[in-house]
Design a protein around this ligand. Structure first.
Ligand code: HEC
Length: 199
């Protein structure tokens, strides 16, 4: 017998403030999709970009209202809950990992380090970036690079240059083992990992 799963496509993902996520049930459509026909590449992209949008919107709002230093603390407290809340909305585990993590819990595994190296190559050679899909028996993993823009350098750039003294002090106090500095624009800062369970 073929397996079917219900994919609920939440069209009206609605976010209020930093912590609250609300599904707009009125706009939720359900459709039945055959498991092997699921386009994990497309879904992974959608989930990673939606999560990026939520993090980015909250981050930029905090920088604008309260400054970079307060935004460091915001990231420290909210990066995980916000990412996790998106995991709940999408029923897939969404995580950011890096070869040079700020938070040691975001250290990439040896396999993920290889993927990061490969994405760095692709971007350095100006080739088209395609997600990596790992199809296992029970789950599917999706990987896609997270690249920097100039905004990121306020917290991931070079100390006393883009990264000002106060923000750098706060970062050091919160993350004594921080490795996530010294980046330039358009560099691979890490990767998205979206884990889909095939049940
Ligand atoms: C206001 C400061 C700030 C800005 C701006 C900022 N970040 Fe971060 N970033 C942090 C902090 C703090 C953490 C650690 C969060 C945690 O504890 O989970 C972090 C963590 C990360 C991580 C998870 C891996 C790790 O190192 O722990 C990635 C990936 C990342 N940032 C990418 C970016 C990108 C890309 C941008 C720009 C689009 C950006 N950040 C802008 C402060 C910032």
């Amino acid at each position: 017998m073929k397996k079917f799963i219900i994919v609920a496509v939440s069209l009206g993902l609605f976010l209020v403030g930093c912590k609250q996520t609300e599904k707009d049930t009125k706009d939720t459509e359900s459709s039945v999709v055959e498991i092997d026909s699921i386009n994990y590449e497309e879904l992974g992209m959608e989930y990673a970009f939606a999560t990026k949008a939520v993090l980015g919107k909250n981050l930029m709002g905090t920088i604008k209202d309260k400054g970079v230093n307060a935004a460091v603390e915001f990231c420290n407290i909210q990066a995980y809950p916000l990412t996790d809340s998106m995991s709940v909305v999408y029923n897939a585990q969404i995580k950011r990992v890096s070869d040079k993590p700020r938070n040691p819990d975001n250290q990439a595994s040896s396999k993920e380090l290889e993927y990061i190296a490969s994405f760095k190559n692709t971007i350095a050679n100006n080739e088209e970036v395609k997600p990596i899909l790992e199809k296992n028996k029970e789950d599917v993993n999706f990987y896609y690079p997270i690249t920097t823009n100039t905004m990121c350098l306020q917290c991931h750039g070079s100390p006393y240059k883009e990264l000002d003294e106060e923000a750098y002090k706060t970062i050091k106090a919160l993350y004594p083992k921080d490795l996530a500095i010294g980046y330039n624009d358009n560099e691979v800062r890490g990767i998205w990992r979206v884990n889909f369970k095939k049940e």
